[in-house]
Design a protein around this ligand. Structure first.
Ligand code: ADP
Length: 491
C-alpha cells in the first residue's frame, strides 16, 4: 500500500499535520492552565486580604479573652467569606486549631464536603507543616477525588502570630481544562480525518496526469513510435516531464528511422550483386557443352560480384560497429606522407588503366597518432573516388602537408564534379550523385565510401570536407589534429 506515491504523500502530510496540531493544542492547553492557576492564586491572595480586614474589624469589636476573641472573630470572617469552593482555617501559635470553616457549615453540599475531606489528607498535613515556617505559602494538594489550591499566610492578632489557611477547590478549573482537552482531541481527530481525506484526493488529482502519461507511454512501441505524450501546460513540472519524454521519443524515433533506412538501403544494395550472381550461375548451368572460355568468363563475373558483395558487407559491418562505438581503434605513430605515397602506389594501376596522371606531393614529415589501417582506408576511398569519377586522360593530385593546427590532406581531380545541390548530401550513407552509373560496371560503389572516410576523420578528432566541386573537378580535404590532440580520449 505504501508503494503508492498518493498514499505515501497522504501519510506524510497527515503525520506532519498531526505533529503541528498536537504541538499547538498542547501549547494552548498549557498556557490556559497556567493562566487559570495564576488567576486562582491572585484570587486567593485577594480573598485572604479581605478575610483579614473583616477579621480585624470583628476582633476590635469582640470583647473577651485573647484566644476566644480571635476564634470568634475568625468564625465571623469565615461566615462572611463562606463559599462552596473555599474552606478556611486559622491555627494558633502552637499549631492548634483556633477556627475552621468546616464547623460553620451545613453538611450535604458536595463540593464543600470534598473540601473537608481534603483537610484530612496527608498532603494537607504536610502543607500545614511547611506553612508554619513561611510568611506566605501556595501549593496544589491532592484530595480524594480532585485537587485543591492551598494558600497560607501568617498574621498577627493581639500580639500573637496566627496562620490563616485557605483551601480552594480546583474542581471547576479541572472541569474547564478537561473540556478543553476533549475539544482539542476531537479537533485533532476530525482535522486529521478531513485533511487526510482531502490530501489523498488532492494527491490523486495532482498525480492523475502522471498516471495518464504512464498509460500513454505504455502504449507507445516500435510500431507507433511517432505517437507523443500530450503536454497540457509546457511550463509546469509535469509539462516539462512530458516534453523531456517526447524529446527522448524523438531521438529514439530518429534513430529507429535511421536504422530502418540503413537496413532497407543495405538490402537493396545487396540485391543487385546477388541477382547477378544467381543469373550468371543459372546461365552457366543451363547451357550444356559450353566452351572453357565461356565458363571462365562466367567465373570472372561471379568473382567480381562476390568481391563487390564482400566490399559492401565489410563497409556495412564497419559502419554498424562505428555507430555502436564498438570499432576498436589501434592508435600508433603514423607517418602520413609515407601512407599517402603508399596509397598512391596502390592506386597507380587503376589510374594507368584510365590514362590518368597521378601526382603526389608528400615531402614534409607528418607524424600523426592514429589507426594506420583506418587512415589508409580513408585515403584510398578518396583517391579511389577521384580516379573512378575522373574521365580518361584526366588528372588526380594528392598532397599532404603540415598546417598550423595539425596536418592537411588534399585530393583534387579533374572529374565532372558533383552538382551543387547535392554537395550537402554526398556524405550520407548509400548516397550516389548518379546511381545508375555507380551501380553498373566496375565503378559501381554502394555509396558508403565517403561516409566511412568521414567517420574515420572524425574518429581521429579531424574533419573531412568537400572544398570545391564544379565542372573543372572536385577537391576533398582532410584536416587532422597534431599528435598531441589526435585521438585524445580514444585510446
Ligand atoms: P561510391 O561507392 O558510390 O563511390 P561514395 O560514398 O564514395 O560512394 O561517394 C558518394 C557519391 O559521391 C558517389 O556516388 C559520387 O556520385 C560522388 N563522388 C564522390 N567522390 C567524387 C569525385 N571525386 N568526383 C565526383 N563525384 C564524386
Amino acid at each position: 500500500m505504501l508503494d503508492s506515491v498518493r498514499v505515501r504523500l497522504t501519510v506524510w502530510y497527515s503525520a506532519v499535520l498531526a505533529v503541528v496540531l498536537i504541538l499547538v493544542s498542547a501549547t494552548t492547553y498549557l498556557i490556559v492552565r497556567k493562566a487559570s492557576m495564576q488567576r486562582t492564586d491572585t484570587d486567593l491572595e485577594g480573598l485572604s486580604d479581605s478575610f483579614l480586614v473583616t477579621f480585624q474589624d470583628e476582633l476590635s469589636d469582640t470583647p473577651g479573652t485573647r484566644t476566644s476573641a480571635v476564634s470568634s472573630a475568625a468564625r465571623q470572617a469565615m461566615a462572611e467569606h463562606r463559599s462552596n469552593s473555599d474552606a478556611f482555617g486559622v491555627l494558633g501559635p502552637g499549631g492548634e486549631i483556633v477556627a475552621t470553616s468546616t464547623e460553620a457549615t451545613s453538611p450535604g453540599e458536595s463540593s464543600y464536603s470534598s473540601l473537608t475531606r481534603a483537610l484530612t489528607s496527608s498532603d494537607f498535613h504536610r502543607f500545614v507543616k511547611t506553612s508554619q515556617n513561611k510568611e506566605v505559602n501556595l501549593e496544589t494538594i491532592r484530595g480524594e477525588h480532585s485537587r485543591f489550591r492551598a494558600y497560607s499566610r501568617q498574621f498577627n492578632a493581639n500580639g500573637q502570630n496566627y496562620l490563616l489557611i485557605i483551601l480552594h477547590s480546583l474542581h471547576g478549573q479541572n472541569e474547564m481544562l478537561e473540556t478543553i482537552q476533549l475539544t482539542f482531541t476531537w479537533m485533532i481527530l476530525v482535522g486529521l480525518l478531513l485533511a487526510g481525506t482531502g490530501g489523498y484526493f488532492l494527491a490523486r488529482k495532482s498525480l492523475a496526469p502522471v498516471v495518464a502519461m504512464g498509460e500513454h507511454a505504455r502504449r507507445i512501441g516500435a510500431t507507433n513510435l511517432h505517437d507523443r505524450l500530450p503536454v497540457l501546460n509546457a511550463n509546469d513540472e509535469l509539462g516539462q516531464l512530458a516534453t523531456t519524454f517526447n524529446d527522448l521519443l524523438n531521438r529514439l524515433d530518429e534513430s529507429f528511422e535511421r536504422q530502418r533506412r540503413f537496413v532497407a538501403d543495405a538490402s537493396h544494395e545487396l540485391r543487385t550483386p546477388l541477382a547477378i550472381l544467381r543469373g550468371e550461375a543459372e546461365v552457366a548451368m543451363s547451357q550444356q557443352g559450353r566452351k572453357a572460355e565461356d565458363y571462365l568468363e562466367s567465373l570472372g563475373i561471379l568473382h567480381d560480384e562476390t568481391s563487390r558483395l564482400i566490399k559492401i558487407v565489410e563497409d556495412l559491418f564497419t559502419l554498424t560497429r562505428a555507430d555502436s562505438g564498438q570499432y576498436p581503434l589501434s592508435p600508433e605513430n603514423v607517418y602520413l606522407e609515407e601512407l599517402v605515397a603508399d596509397c598512391a602506389h596502390s592506386a597507380r594501376t587503376l589510374a594507368r588503366e584510365k590514362n590518368i596522371e597521378l601526382s603526389v606531393d608528400a615531402s614534409s614529415e607528418c607524424l600523426v597518432h592514429g589507426d594506420q589501417a583506418l587512415l589508409r582506408r580513408m585515403i584510398l576511398n578518396l583517391v579511389d573516388n577521384a580516379i573512378k569519377y575522373t574521365a580518361d586522360g584526366g588528372r588526380v593530385d594528392i598532397a599532404c602537408r603540415v598546417a598550423a593546427a595539425g596536418f592537411e590532406l588534399h585530393v583534387t581531380d579533374t572529374g565532372p564534379g558533383i552538382p551543387p545541390e547535392l554537395h550537402s548530401r554526398i556524405f550520407e550513407r548509400f548516397f550516389r550523385a548518379d546511381p545508375a552509373r555507380s551501380r553498373s560496371g566496375r565503378e559501381g560503389g554502394a555509396g558508403l565510401g565517403l561516409s566511412i572516410a568521414l567517420w574515420i576523420a572524425e574518429a581521429h578528432q579531424g574533419r573531412l570536407e568537400l572544398v570545391r566541386s564544379d565542372a573543372t573537378g572536385s577537391h576533398f580535404a582532410v584536416y587532422l589534429p597534431g599528435p598531441v590532440a589526435a585521438l585524445a580520449g580514444t585510446d
